[in-house]
Design a binder for this molecule. Structure first.
Ligand code: ZN
Ligand code: FE
Length: 258
C-alpha cells in the first residue's frame, strides 16, 4: 500500500491510501477537495472511500466536492457523528473492521477527547494508524468536546499500539509541539534530537508524518506523565496531584496558553 500525504489548507494533511493490488484508494480527512482530486488524478486510481477521523471542517471540508466526482464512495465516520459529517453513509463504532478491498483494511479505534466522536483508522497489516487531531507528533489535540480522562485514555490506547506502527496525524504541528515538550522536559535529549531531525525534514519541504509509536513514547510529554520531571513541571503549573490524569490535564491547560 502507498500512503500519499496531501498538504491541505495552512497545515492540514489528507492522506491518499492506494492499494497496490487493485489501484483502488481511500482518502483520509479530505479537508479540501482540489488537492485531493489532483492527487487522485496524478496516480490514476479509483477512489472508493472517504474516511473521516472527526467532524471538524478542516477534516471534512472536501467531502461534498469529492463525492460529486465519486458519488458511490463510502463515507465513514463514527456513529455518533451522524448529522455532522457531510455525505456520511457508514456509521462505525470502536473495534469495527473496515474492508475497502485489497490492502485497504482498517480497524476503528474510538478515541474521544478532541471531539466526542473522534476515531483513528488502524491498519495492522500496513503498520500504520491515522489519528486525526487526537494524537499529534509529540502532542495531542485540544479538548473541545471531551474530558482529560477521555483524552488521556485515547492517547494511552494509541501509544500502546506496536512500537513500529507509523502514525499519520491531521496537522503539521510537530515543531511547535517539540518546542513545548522541550520546556516541559528539558533533560529529555530525545526531544531535542527529534526537533533537529524534524527541522531538517521541514527545511527540505518534507512532512514530518509517518513517525513511529516508539518515538511518541520517548518524546510525547502527554503520555510521559509518570516521569518525575514531567510530574514536577505539571505540579508547578497547577496539577492537583501526581495522578496521570491530573498531570495530563495540567499539561494540556499549559499548552493551551503556551
Ligand atoms: Zn479537529
Ligand atoms: Fe484539525
Amino acid at each position: 500500500m502507498q500512503i500519499v500525504s496531501i498538504p491541505c489548507r495552512a497545515d492540514n494533511y489528507a492522506y491518499l491510501l492506494i492499494c497496490d493490488k487493485t489501484q483502488r484508494a481511500v482518502v483520509v480527512d479530505p479537508s479540501e477537495a482540489e488537492p485531493v482530486l489532483k492527487t487522485i488524478d496524478t496516480h490514476g486510481v479509483k477512489l472508493v472511500g472517504i474516511w473521516n477521523t472527526h467532524h471538524h471542517y478542516d477534516h471534512v471540508g472536501g467531502n461534498k466536492e469529492v463525492l460529486e466526482r465519486v458519488p458511490e464512495a463510502q463515507v465513514i465516520a463514527h456513529e455518533s457523528d451522524r448529522g455532522r459529517v457531510p455525505g456520511q453513509n457508514v456509521f462505525v463504532s470502536d473495534g469495527e473492521h473496515i474492508d475497502a478491498g485489497g490492502e485497504l483494511q482498517a480497524q476503528v479505534i474510538f478515541n474521544p477527547g478532541h471531539t466526542s466522536g473522534a476515531i483513528s483508522f488502524y491498519m495492522p497489516a500496513q503498520q500504520a494508524v491515522f489519528t486525526g487531531d487526537t494524537l499529534f507528533a509529540s502532542g495531542c489535540g485540544r479538548l473541545f468536546e471531551g474530558t482529560p480522562q477521555q483524552m488521556f485514555a485515547s492517547l494511552t490506547a494509541l501509544t500502546s499500539l506496536p512500537a513500529d506502527t507509523r502514525i499519520y496525524c491531521g496537522h503539521e504541528y510537530t515543531l511547535s509541539n517539540l518546542r513545548f515538550a522541550a520546556v516541559v522536559e528539558p533533560k529529555n535529549t530525545e526531544i531535542q534530537e527529534r526537533a533537529q531531525a524534524v527541522q531538517a525534514l521541514r527545511d527540505a519541504g518534507e512532512p514530518s508524518m509517518g513517525f513511529r509509536v516508539a518515538e511518541e513514547r520517548a518524546t510525547n510529554i502527554f503520555v510521559r506523565v509518570g516521569e518525575p520531571g514531567v510530574m514536577a513541571a505539571a505540579r508547578a503549573e497547577g496539577a492537583e496531584d501526581d495522578s496521570p490524569v491530573a498531570v495530563f490535564a495540567a499539561l494540556r491547560r499549559w499548552k493551551d496558553r503556551f
